[in-house]
Design a protein around this ligand. Structure first.
Ligand code: XIL
Length: 386
């Protein structure tokens, strides 16, 4: 049973609904470029919905329980939420197989349900967040059983509630040297590449209404390495389709930097997205953020560079009608993995100045990045929602 966190009729929810209704009835033309994200009418969720898109952000149980003003901003701006960490296997693990703690994940799921938000599932398997005990399972049979049971429990618990599951997160790593470009980490080592087929089949059986996603990073920019990753990802998807392995969508993480290096080529990205669409898959931008590790410290300058990066990326990405979802990896600089300096050290600033990677600043004020996203949504071609 899922515990409920916030109630539908609480004051925060009412405020948001009232603001949303006022914006709807106010006759404000969304054809006009938005002037400021502070205006209720340009809530990113509404601009996205106008184009058949869904816009969303990460959230956590801790934020839901402890940061009401931030939660109000999420309800105002986002049509979708995804647990930043609370549904990751290692985060739920309590040191023993089959004894995971679903409390925080339930809080996120209940929050989405009560507030009519689309809920993404992130993720069923990720080599980087696998419980320690899994590495001690010596036989193929034991590992297979653990993978199947985990997917059945987690996807089964939220069956019917999840819009899309990142079934396997980050399966590609050409640097590992395999001809197929697959990452030779935990699951592949004992189970072989078929672990992917197993995971997607069990996910489909367990929650038939969830779209099943392959989520990958470093496939956005114009470098030989990223081109190799794109090629490996395309071949994996083709291979899965040939084997009858269910896959519906590709997640493009899009952790970008405003430094301009490595270079970004809009036409190269468009071609890649068209290739994915050509396989009959939909596309989700799943973890967009723009770090400023090499930008000058001046916040005005940095905000400009970050916003410009959002614009150039989204203008190209949203041209492709197969793109249905845009998620930023957080909504406010108050809660960003880069600001918290958890992993990905290459994206941290060396001068100690706080990074400004997300659409709203740490005081929840909209930044130029928010306007950049709003403008990209307003100018995006309309598409059939999915
Ligand atoms: C990150 C979280 O944001 C951090 O809080 C955590 O410490 C590590 O994971 N790719 C992914 C996400 O698929 O799950 C990662 O999230 C960021 C990179």
């Amino acid at each position: 049973m899922i515990r409920t966190g916030r109630r539908r009729n609480d004051p925060g929810r009412r405020r948001v609904l009232t603001a949303g209704l006022a914006a709807l009835g106010g006759g404000i033309s969304l054809m006009m470029p938005p002037r400021s994200c502070a205006a209720q009418a340009v809530a990113l969720r509404r601009l996205a919905a106008e184009r058949g898109l869904v816009y969303g952000t990460t959230i956590s149980a801790a934020q839901i329980n402890n940061d009401q003003v931030f939660v109000d901003l999420v309800l105002q701006q986002a049509g979708l939420v995804v647990a930043e960490n609370d549904m990751k296997w290692q985060d739920m693990d309590r040191g023993e197989q089959g004894k995971d703690d679903y409390g925080p994940a339930d809080t996120v799921a209940a929050f989405a349900l009560e507030n009519d938000l689309v809920l993404r599932g992130h993720n069923l398997l990720w080599y980087y967040r696998t419980p320690n005990w899994f590495f001690d399972l010596a036989t193929r049979q034991d590992q297979e059983r653990a993978v199947v049971e985990h997917i059945q429990r987690l996807a089964g618990r939220y069956r019917g509630m999840i819009h899309s599951w990142d079934v396997v997160n980050e399966p590609i790593e050409p640097k590992d040297g395999r001809p197929d470009g697959l990452r030779t980490a935990v699951f592949l080592e004992t189970l072989g590449p078929e672990y992917l087929d197993l995971a997607y089949r069990v996910a489909r059986e367990t929650d038939p209404s969830a779209r099943l996603v392959v989520n990958e990073y470093d496939v956005e920019l114009d470098t030989p390495d990223q081109e190799t990753r794109r090629t490996a990802l395309l071949s994996l998807l083709e291979r899965m389709q040939r084997s009858g392995t269910p896959v519906d969508a590709v997640g493009i993480q899009a952790h970008l930097s405003c430094s301009g290096s490595p270079p970004f080529s809009p036409s190269r990205l468009r071609r890649f997205l068209a290739d994915l669409a050509g396989l009959g898959l939909t596309i989700q931008i799943t973890e967009l953020d723009v770090t400023d590790e090499n930008a000058p410290a001046d916040p005005v300058m940095r905000d400009h560079l970050v916003a410009d990066t959002y614009s150039r990326f989204l203008d190209a990405a949203l041209d492709e009608a197969a793109v249905k979802v845009v998620v930023t990896w957080g909504l406010s600089d108050r809660h960003s993995w880069i600001v918290r300096r958890e992993t990905n050290e290459s994206k941290w600033r060396s001068d100690g100045v706080l990074p400004r990677p997300l659409p709203f600043d740490a005081d929840l004020k909209p930044k130029p990045a928010c306007e950049a996203i709003a403008n990209a949504l307003v100018h995006a071609p309309s598409r059939a929602a999915r």
